[in-house]
Design a protein around this ligand. Structure first.
Ligand SMILES: [Fe+2]
Length: 272
């Protein structure tokens, strides 16, 4: 099998030039931004309906929290810890935990860490022009975050059929209400050259909301939502993936603390 980090042989011909037959240039990305996604497809269609019903109920009875989606009058955000209030959110919380651990481990986080998911909250855009200010999620014990979509921008007949390239793309796509994930290393913009792909020089990655799609990224990854272009409702659910720290007692026994209890502040840190 061909090694992925061996550079394509396009500059010289090994067959005719025996002197370089054993020389292979190599290519290695140094620091990638880890990103995970899962399509739950039809398996969560019923849960999605319940989540939306519960978000509507919550919005009916509660004013918006003043965070990233409320820079104009087109958006609403719930309070944190919706999983303590609604069974649907608790069910989703467990699913997110189950399906996020593998992604975190892939990124290099030790399997020895105690990880939990919590602090679920809902975001709704209900009028044209709703958007979310660029921000990161959490601080301290929050290590990863992400978004779950109980509804997409278009209705999909069979949610099990998922072509990732239609929803996850480099650059800024033109679909209003897209999630934009940012690479803040803007120094790379000094290179202005025609590119075949943006894997290494791009600074934007777009996610078009799709029903049953979960996306995951580290807490330090800045992101935003582009303005919606019509009055259709956009629902999303955000959450924190937190490490649990240990409290070591005098007798040597260890209590694993649930840090979700103190995750009140700085759930989003806005950038502008
Ligand atoms: Fe966010």
């Amino acid at each position: 099998m061909r090694k992925l980090n061996v550079v394509d042989d396009i500059t010289y011909n090994k067959e005719t030039d025996q002197s370089v037959s054993k020389i292979t240039p190599n290519f290695q990305p140094l620091w990638a931004i880890p990103f995970g996604y899962t399509n739950f497809g039809e398996s969560l269609r019923n849960l999605n309906k319940q989540l939306i019903a519960d978000i509507e109920t919550e919005k009916e009875n509660n004013p918006t929290e003043k965070r990233t989606f409320t820079k104009n009058n087109s958006g609403w955000q719930s309070a944190l810890r919706m999983e303590e209030k609604y069974k649907s959110f608790e069910e989703l919380r467990k699913i997110i935990l189950q399906y996020s651990l593998g992604t975190l481990y892939m990124s290099g986080i030790s399997k020895d860490m105690y990880i939990n998911v919590g602090n679920l909250w809902a975001n709704m855009i209900f009028a044209k022009g709703g958007w979310s200010n660029p921000h990161t999620h959490g601080s301290g014990d929050t290590i990863w975050s992400g978004v779950y979509y109980p509804k997409g921008v278009t209705e999909v007949e069979n949610l099990d059929e998922f072509i990732s390239e239609e929803y996850l793309t480099y650059g800024i796509n033109k679909t209003g209400g897209s999630l934009l994930i940012k690479d803040l290393n803007i120094s790379k913009k000094i290179i202005t050259v025609k590119l075949d792909h943006e894997h290494y020089y791009g600074t934007n990655f777009s996610v078009i909301p799709r029903e049953s799609l979960l996306v995951l990224f580290p807490a330090w990854v800045e992101h935003m939502v582009t303005p919606t272009t019509d009055d259709s409702k956009r629902y999303s659910i955000s959450f924190g993936i937190v490490r649990k720290t240990n409290s070591i007692h005098d007798d040597g026994s260890i209590t694993v603390l649930d840090n979700l209890i103190k995750q009140q502040d700085n759930i989003t840190i806005e950038k502008v």
